[in-house]
Design a protein around this ligand. Structure first.
Ligand code: AMP
Length: 213
């Protein structure tokens, strides 16, 4: 079954998706990561995407939807996708249902990680992502893991959009544009809310339970 991890920026969607990938053999479809990969190409499109991301703005639905479709139509990932960072507005939520049903798939779990604003800020300000393996660590909470990171700590970098100014912009966009997606899913029988303020391990164990009911 496909899964949506939903929540504000810094809620821990990427971190939890990585655990699900390992434990349940899933594919993490992070639209943010796909877009960051595009920026590395240094094409005109890559540069446009980089500008939007670094200003905390959304990339157009047209671009994001085309990246998304490439993964949904890949038979290797059939019914094993974790949507991380998608949908981010109501139009995307409608589009996702449309594409999935076209390819005879659906969404088996929608998990909302509900996190307070002040916690988000600390998580994002400390976030370090490995350029080699994409592992996410936190400079405040994972000091020893950073020192011992298998790829080497020089590969752990801060994202261009993880600064205070951009966080404010991204959080406002979340409240105004992304949060309304909750209404779209609230009545879905596969919708679950988790207290995302808790410790990582506690959240992982709650997600594991939800995936096995
Ligand atoms: P994330 O890695 O999910 O925090 O996303 C980083 C940035 O990529 C966002 O702040 C947006 O600029 C862009 N982005 C990611 N997913 C989407 C999406 N579904 N729609 C529009 N923009 C997106």
């Amino acid at each position: 079954m496909n899964i949506i991890l939903f929540g504000p920026p810094g809620a821990g969607k990427g971190t939890q998706a990585q655990f699900i990938v390992k434990k349940h053999n899933y594919f993490q479809l992070s639209t943010g990561q796909l877009l960051r990969n595009e920026t590395k190409q240094k094409t005109a499109l890559g540069k446009e995407i980089e500008k939007l991301i670094s200003n905390g703005k959304f990339v157009s639905d047209e671009i994001v939807d085309s990246l998304l479709k490439q993964s949904i139509t890949n038979l290797k990932f059939r019914d094993r996708i974790i949507f991380d960072g998608y949908p981010r507005n109501v139009e995307q939520a409608i589009n996702l249902e449309k594409i999935l049903s076209e390819f005879d798939q659906n969404i088996g779990r929608i998990i909302f990680l509900n996190v307070a604003r002040d916690i988000i800020e600390k998580r994002i300000m400390g976030r370090m992502t490995c350029e080699k393996c994409n592992m996410i660590l936190n400079a405040f909470f994972n000091k020893s893991e950073i020192e011992l990171h298998p790829c080497g700590k020089e590969y752990l970098v801060k994202r261009i959009d993880d600064n205070l100014e951009t966080i404010i912009e991204r959080y406002d966009t979340y409240i105004n544009t992304t949060k309304p997606v909750l209404d779209f899913y609230l009545k879905n029988e596969n919708f679950y809310t988790i207290d995302g303020n808790a410790e990582i391990e506690e959240i992982t164990s709650k997600i594991n339970k939800i995936l096995t009911v």
